[in-house]
Design a protein around this ligand. Structure first.
Ligand SMILES: [Zn+2]
Ligand SMILES: [Zn+2]
Length: 387
């Protein structure tokens, strides 16, 4: 089919027209899309603003402070009040408007409101209302089939809409998260075993969101807890927002290696195998991530352990979240777009995708730990690799 025959789909999108099994849906002429894809990012023409743009723009609505969604250089920003602390830390001194959950803010010809996404502190979905029609852009969100919540932020809240723009980071049926309590019990058991052996436990997780979720779930009675320098400022932002975390100290404050022998050290993944880890002496390492569910991921990365813990929705969670919106049209952003779009079309929904520049917070590796992620140490420095 010639591109000119589907003029209403912006560049980079695909829709039912690509799927011969589904009839193409032709919306009424006055049924203009409330959010479209532009080179700068997701754009709301009636409101004149972008959502999580990857290029600098006049007016941006930011869903959350992960580096791939909150870029620098915008002239003005609207974001959730709950996320202000972490967002200011990342974006610096930019004019920022804060909205409480559900607060209705007029922007251009539309009404914007923000609703919790359950992903990290302050993470929001963006609801856009225009002349009675409603679209919602999810940003990143955490939702599971069993409706578990992330204890370190406000829980995902489904919002009714005609079109839902969803992430699909873990949009494959193999991704099904086990109860968080089980995963945290495994992490505590691992830490306890290492502590009994006089061996430091280096637990790797993204410094914004995952690190705090791990800290909130560990059993602080096992031993002292130290954190990497990239983690502590975010801990402070969480504590200031009223999230209870155990006492943590920067690793630099450890006075001796005996201080670290029973300790848990929480650090971003980029420190793995770097010179930074030399200060830990004898240690075991583990990575907490949804990616650890992939067969061989732990082994390929040379880790002692992998714990499957994600701040994104699993497959049943994506299904559940999408159904709860009541949307008849779904646009899929980053992740396994093709699989997700095909599945949605099989459910009878109008589905397409936006090619965005979001990723799984990978940019954080460069962004916050570049100064500490040095070259790998010489062989033999890292010790104690368990099978
Ligand atoms: Zn994110
Ligand atoms: Zn993302």
């Amino acid at each position: 089919m010639a591109v000119s025959s589907i003029p209403r789909l912006p560049a980079g999108t695909s829709g039912p027209a690509d799927n011969p099994a589904m009839p193409a849906v032709t919306p009424a002429p006055n049924d203009a899309d409330l959010i479209v894809l532009r080179p700068e990012g997701l754009y709301c023409p009636a409101g004149g603003f972008y959502i999580d743009p990857w290029r600098p723009v006049e007016r941006a609505v930011i869903t959350h402070a992960h580096a791939d969604h909150a870029r620098r250089g915008h002239r003005s920003v609207l974001a959730s009040a709950r996320g202000q602390g972490v967002l200011r830390a990342r974006l610096g001194d930019v004019p920022m408007q804060a909205a409480a959950w559900g607060e209705r803010v007029a922007v251009g010809d539309v009404v914007v409101s923000l609703h919790p996404a359950g992903h990290v502190l302050g993470s929001a979905q963006v609801r856009v209302e225009h002349r009675g029609r409603v679209w919602v852009a999810s940003g990143d969100y955490f939702c599971t089939g069993s409706n578990e919540a992330n204890a370190t932020c406000d829980a995902f809240e489904p919002v009714r809409c005609e079109c839902f723009i969803t992430e699909s980071t873990f949009g494959l049926p193999i991704y099904r998260w086990r109860p968080q309590s089980q995963v945290m019990a495994e992490i505590n058991a691992w830490w306890q075993t290492n502590a009994n052996a006089g061996c430091t436990s280096l637990l790797l997780g993204y410094s914004f969101g995952k690190a705090q979720r791990l800290l909130a779930g560990v059993d602080a009675s096992i031993g002292p807890i130290f954190v990497h320098g990239a983690v502590e400022p975010l801990n402070q932002a969480y504590r200031q927002a009223g999230v209870a975390l155990p006492a943590t100290r920067p690793v630099d404050e450890a006075t001796s290696r005996t201080d670290l022998a029973r300790a848990l050290v929480v650090a971003p993944p980029a420190v793995q195998g770097s010179a930074w880890t030399r200060r830990l002496g004898d240690y075991r390492d583990a990575f907490a991530s949804g990616w650890m569910q992939l067969r061989g991921a732990r082994r390929r990365q040379g880790l002692d352990r992998g714990f499957v813990l994600s701040d994104h929705a699993d497959w049943p969670g994506l299904e559940r979240a999408i159904a709860a919106t009541g949307a008849t049209r779904v646009i899929v952003t980053h992740g396994y777009e093709a699989v997700m779009v095909r599945w949605l079309q099989q459910q009878g929904l109008q589905a397409g995708s936006f090619r965005t520049e979001y990723g799984d917070e990978r940019e954080e590796r460069v962004d916050t730990v570049a100064t500490t992620a040095e070259a790998a140490p010489p062989a033999g420095v890292r010790s104690g690799s368990a099978p």
